[in-house]
Design a binder for this molecule. Structure first.
Ligand SMILES: [Zn+2]
Length: 209
């Protein structure tokens, strides 16, 4: 069983922001005048938002396979997000291996990044797992870059604080190739728009020989 714990540096900030956004969202309800005549007017139809497009530079070539699986998972999720790899630095997202202290003092932390994509982001890999587990770490950290905080709903999601939390273990010789859970996709669509496309493939796939 994997002991790695992913870490996100932005959780506290995200909670604060979510609170502020929630307050602003509910404010109009409080000031609306009751008893206005006539049927409720339909609100403006939602405008399609352009996809969030982020370039990714891989400075950890030993994890190219893991990164490709993680990018593929988000790119096919239906959320309006598109990650694409580039061969040059100065990308929106850089994936790199670093020493454990980069992500704090907890020795169980597997990787970390910052929340959101309003600036260049680095995904720090601080525990070097096999390529299958590392795909789970990277898809989690990409979720933070999309803007997702940790998921405490109790289901098997990429965004749980611990890797593989609430998930059944893959059978021997297989890995969890369905990297995103339903909440991951729903929440990402809620943040960036799009239409959720839940994976129809198997949860587990044979490991490559
Ligand atoms: Zn995290």
């Amino acid at each position: 069983m994997l002991k790695g714990v992913t870490h996100d540096l932005g959780t506290g900030l995200a909670a604060t922001l979510a609170g502020l956004i929630g307050a602003a969202f509910f404010l109009p309800g409080h000031i609306q005048q009751p008893g206005l005549p006539g049927p409720p007017r339909p609100g403006p139809s939602p405008q399609p938002r352009p996809a969030v497009t982020l370039s990714v530079y891989n400075k950890a070539p030993e994890y190219s396979w893991s990164l490709a699986r993680a990018l593929e998972a988000w790119n096919s999720s239906g959320a309006s997000i598109h990650f694409y790899t580039v061969a040059t630095a100065n990308a929106n997202v850089t994936v790199t291996i670093s020493n454990p202290s980069t992500c704090g003092s907890d020795p169980n932390i597997a990787g970390c990044t910052e929340l959101g994509h309003d600036g260049p982001r680095i995904i720090w890999i601080v525990q070097q797992f096999d390529k299958y587990d590392e795909a789970e770490v990277i898809v989690h950290e990409l979720g933070h870059i999309i803007g997702l905080t940790h998921d405490f709903s109790g289901t098997c999601e990429a965004m749980t604080p611990d890797l593989g939390q609430n998930c059944s273990s893959p059978p021997p010789g297989e890995w969890r190739c369905r990297l995103l859970g339903p909440n991951d996709i729903k929440r990402a669509v809620g943040l960036v728009g799009g239409e959720a496309r839940f994976p129809s493939g198997p949860e587990f796939c044979p490991k490559e020989s």
